[in-house]
Write a protein that binds this ligand. Structure first.
Ligand code: ADP
Ligand code: MG
Length: 693
C-alpha cells in the first residue's frame, strides 16, 4: 500500500526544492515529519481583546493589521514604532533596541497578533511585545476559531515558511490524506484507552475545532510518545530477563550472619526490606536488574556489602564501581573492615595505581582469588579479566553512562546488577528512565540522626558565619568548607578553593585548616582525609570532591560557597556529608548573587531535608532535561508529553507498552506492524543492545 505519510515534501504544492531544503535542515524530511511539527501555541479568538477593550496594566493579546512603521528620536535614543489597527482603534508598539533587525520584519498590511502589557501614553501602546505573523487568511477570525502558531527559524522565515504557510500546507495535506494511513498505536490499545485515530488527531492538533478536541489530540500524541518511550524499556527488560544468569545463588549462610554480628548498629527496617528483595533476586536464575534508591546517608553501602557477601558465599565475584577515587577508596576501606576478618580478599582498582601494583592485582582477579573488586571505571578496562563475575554494583549510577555500565556487565556471566543512587527522583521520572529495572527504596534514615539545620546567607553575613565556625570548632566539632564548581574548568575550580583556603587559614589562624582537591596526589589526599577523620584537623576546605559518599561522622558544619550556582539536589548531596554522627549539624549556604528567584530556590533546602521533595522542586525549576544528562535519559526527545504533568497518561502508556512486548516480544504480529515500523524508525539508537529489527 502506498503510504501517503512517506511522500516527499515536494509532492505538496506549496513546497518546492527550495523550501524542501530548508525544512530538511530542521529534520523534516517527509509528510509524516511535517505532520508531527505541532503548533507552538494557539491563538484562541476568545482570549483576544479588541482595541476598544484595553485596560492599562493588563497583559493581553490583540490582533491587528500593520498601519505604519517609523522611528522617533528621543533623549534616550531611537525608538521603533509600529502602529496596528483592528476595526475598533489603534495600538502602538514600541521597541527601544534591536531596531534595525525588527524593522525589517514588518510590512504595512501584515496581520499580526501581539501580546504584552498595555500602557497609555498618547494612546494605547505596548513596549517590546511578543508578536506573531498571522497572514491574511485569519484577518477576519470567527469566534471560536483557534489559530495554530508554528515556530519558525530565521532561515525558514527567509524562505517564506511562516505560520501562514504552514496552515496552507496542512490544509492541503488534510485534503489529500486518506483516512487509512498507518497508525502507530495498535487498534486494541487505541480502543482500550479511548484514543482517537491518527488522522483525526492530526486534524485536531493542527486545526482544533474547539478546546476539547485539541485536548483529545494532545492526549493521544502524549500517549503515543510515552508508549514509544516505555516500549524501549519493556524491550530492554525483556531481553535482560530472557538471558539465563549463570550466577544463581543457593544460600546466604555464615558469612552473612558473621557480617551482621560485627555491625555496630542494627539495620533499619528499610534496609532489611531491600536486602530481602535483593536476596530473592540473587537466588533466581533471571539476572537481577535492580535500582536501589535511598537518600544520602540512608545506608546503601552496607546493603551492597551484604549482597557481596551472598555472592562470595556462592563462589561468585562482585565488582563495585564508584564514580570517584575518593569514594572507591572509602568503600574499599569499609569492605576490608567487613570482609578481611573472614579471610575474603578485596582489592582496589583505580587509575592512579602504578603498573607494578596493578600487575599484582590483575592476576588475582582473573584467577578468582579476589572475590570482591572495588574501583572506578578502571574496572572496565580491557586488561581487567574476571573469573566468575556474578554481581555488578554501580554506586551513584547516574554518574555513569549507559556504555560504561554495559562494559562492566559484559565482563560477567550475565551477572546480576545492582545500581544505587542517592538522587531520589519523582516516580514519573523514575519509571521513564529506569522503567526497565526493578526498584527498591530505602525510605528511612538510621536512628538517632538529627536533622540538619540549613540557612541561606548573603555575603554580608560572613563575619557572623565565621564567628559561628569558631564557636563550633572550640566545641571540638569539625567543619567542611566547600567551594563548588565555579566554572567549567577544573583549574578555576581549584583556584577558588586555594584562595578560600588561604583566606580561611588566615581567619582561623588558631586552628588547623586543610585543603582537599581532585588534583592532589593520592598520598596527599589520603593524608588530609586521614588527619581530618582522626580529628587532627578542624576545618577542611575542599572542592566538590567531597560530594559523593565521603563519610566523616564528626563533621557537623558545612559551609557551601557560591551555593546559587548549584542544583538543589547536588546541594542536598553535599550537605549529606554532615549530620551523620547524631549531633546537631548545620549547613550554611552562601548565596553570592542575590536574586529573589534564586534565594527562593535555595530556601527550599532550608525548609526540608526530604530528598524526594527537593528533587521534585529542583526538576520543576530546571526541567527534566537539565536534571538528567541528556544522553542517558532520552527524555529530551519528548516533544509534547511532560513528565511532571502527564503522570496518569504515563502509567497507562506503560501498561500498554509492556502488554505489547509481553505478547509479541519480537514484534512479529501483523497487528503490530505499523507500531513496529514507527517505533524502530524513532528508537533504534536507544535499543543498542536489543535484537529486534
Ligand atoms: P549512603 O546511602 O549515602 O551511601 P552510607 O552507606 O555511606 O550512606 O551510610 C552512611 C552512614 O550511616 C555510614 O557511616 C554507615 O556506617 C551508617 N549506617 C548505615 N546503616 C546504618 C544503620 N542502620 N544504623 C546506624 N548507622 C548506619
Ligand atoms: Mg553512598
Amino acid at each position: 500500500m502506498n503510504n501517503y505519510l512517506k511522500n516527499k515534501l515536494t509532492t505538496i504544492q506549496q513546497i518546492g526544492e527550495y523550501r524542501s531544503d530548508a525544512l530538511n535542515q530542521i529534520g523534516i524530511k517527509n509528510v509524516e515529519d511535517l505532520l508531527y511539527y505541532f503548533p507552538r501555541r494557539y491563538l484562541d479568538r476568545s482570549t483576544v481583546k479588541k482595541t476598544n477593550q484595553l485596560i492599562v496594566g493588563e497583559e493581553c493579546t490583540i490582533v491587528g493589521q500593520v498601519q505604519r512603521i517609523w522611528t522617533e528620536k528621543t533623549r534616550r535614543g531611537t525608538i521603533l514604532k509600529v502602529s496596528i489597527s483592528d476595526d475598533y482603534g489603534l495600538l502602538t508598539l514600541n521597541w527601544f533596541g534591536g531596531i534595525r533587525w525588527i524593522k525589517k520584519m514588518f510590512i504595512v498590511g501584515d496581520w499580526i497578533s501581539v501580546s504584552g502589557k498595555i500602557n497609555f501614553f498618547q494612546g494605547f501602546n505596548i513596549n517590546h511585545p511578543d508578536f506573531d505573523f498571522l497572514g491574511s487568511d485569519v484577518g477576519n477570525l470567527n469566534t471560536g476559531f483557534i489559530v495554530p502558531i508554528y515556530s519558525s527559524t530565521e532561515n525558514l522565515k527567509k524562505k517564506g515558511i511562516n505560520s501562514r504557510l504552514f496552515r496552507k500546507i496542512f490544509k492541503e495535506i488534510f485534503r489529500e490524506m486518506r483516512k487509512d494511513v498507518p497508525d502507530p498505536i495498535p487498534l486494541n490499545i487505541r480502543n482500550e484507552n479511548k484514543l482517537d485515530g491518527l488522522v483525526k488527531s492530526f486534524n485536531s492538533i493542527h486545526f482544533p475545532k474547539d478546546e476539547q478536541s485539541l485536548q483529545r489530540a494532545k492526549y493521544r500524541f502524549k500517549f503515543q510518545e510515552l508508549l514509544m518511550l516505555q516500549s524501549v524499556l519493556a524491550i530492554k527488560r525483556k531481553i535482560i530477563r530472557s538471558e539465563k544468569c549463570e550466577a544463581q545463588c543457593k544460600k546466604a549462610g555464615d558469612l552473612v550472619t558473621n557480617l551482621y554480628k560485627k555491625l555496630p548498629f542494627d539495620l533499619t527496617d528499610s534496609q532489611k526490606k531491600v536486602t530481602r528483595e535483593i536476596y530473592s533476586d540473587l537466588k533466581s536464575d533471571v539476572p537481577m536488574n535492580r535500582l536501589l534508591q535511598g537518600d544520602v546517608g540512608s545506608g546503601k553501602t552496607i546493603v551492597s556489602a551484604i549482597a557481596s557477601a551472598i555472592m562470595t558465599e556462592n563462589n561468585f565475584q562482585t565488582a563495585i564501581m564508584a564514580p570517584t577515587e575518593i569514594l572507591a577508596e572509602q568503600h574499599f576501606q569499609n569492605f576490608q573492615k567487613y570482609f578481611t576478618p573472614w579471610g575474603i580478599d578485596c582489592e582496589l582498582l583505580i587509575g592512579k595505581q602504578t603498573k607494578k601494583q596493578r600487575e599484582k592485582i590483575l592476576p588475582k582477579i582473573a584467577s578468582g582469588e579476589t572475590q570482591i573488586v572495588i574501583g572506578t571505571h578502571a574496572l572496565i578496562q580491557e586488561q581487567v579479566k574476571y573469573s566468575k563475575l556474578g554481581l555488578v554494583i554501580i554506586d551513584e549510577q547516574h554518574r555513569f553512562g549507559v556504555d560504561q555500565r554495559m562494559s562492566l556487565i559484559k565482563k560477567g556471566l550475565h551477572p546480576h546488577v545492582l545500581s544505587m543512587t542517592a538522587t531520589p527522583i519523582p516516580r514519573t521520572l523514575s519509571i521513564s528512565i529506569y522503567g526497565d529495572m526493578d526498584t527498591s527504596i530505602i525510605d528511612e534514615m538510621p536512628k538517632g540522626r538529627k536533622p540538619i539545620v540549613t540557612r541561606v546567607v548573603n555575603e554580608d553575613k560572613l563575619p557572623k558565619v565565621y564567628d559561628f565556625i569558631k564557636s563550633q570548632v572550640s566545641l571540638k566539632q569539625q567543619v567542611f568548607v566547600v567551594y563548588p564548581l565555579i566554572s567549567e574548568s577544573e583549574k578555576m575550580d581549584l583556584q577558588a578553593a586555594e584562595i578560600g583556603f588561604k583566606k580561611l587559614s588566615h581567619i582561623f589562624s588558631n586552628y588547623k585548616v586543610g585543603l582537599l582537591h581532585g588534583k592532589m596526589k593520592k598520598v596527599e589526599k589520603d593524608l588530609v582525609i586521614e588527619k581530618y577523620k582522626s580529628g587532627k584537623m578542624d576545618i577542611l576546605v575542599s572542592t566538590t570532591v567531597v560530594e559523593v559518599g565521603v563519610d566523616i561522622p564528626n563533621a557537623t558544619v558545612m559551609i557551601i560557597e557560591n551555593a546559587e550556582r548549584f542544583g538543589l539536589s547536588q546541594l542536598h548531596q553535599l550537605r549529606g556529608r554532615i549530620g551523620r554522627g547524631g549531633k546537631k549539624s548545620y549547613c550554611i549556604l552562601v548565596n553570592r548573587k542575590y536574586t529573589e528567584q534564586g534565594s527562593k530556590r535555595l530556601r527550599i533546602l532550608q525548609e526540608t531535608n526530604d530528598g524526594f521533595k527537593i528533587s521534585e522542586a529542583d526538576m520543576k525549576l530546571r526541567g527534566p532535561g537539565e536534571f538528567f544528562s541528556a544522553k542517558q535519559s532520552g527524555l529530551v526527545d519528548l516533544k509534547i508529553a511532560n513528565l511532571l504533568e502527564d503522570g496518569d497518561i504515563l502509567k497507562k502508556a506503560r501498561i500498554s507498552a509492556f502488554s505489547i512486548i509481553k505478547d509479541d516480544p519480537k514484534l512479529e504480529n501483523e497487528n503490530n506492524s505499523d507500531f513496529k515500523e514507527f517505533f524502530l524508525k524513532n528508537n533504534k539508537d536507544k535499543l543498542n543492545y536489543a535484537s529486534i529489527g
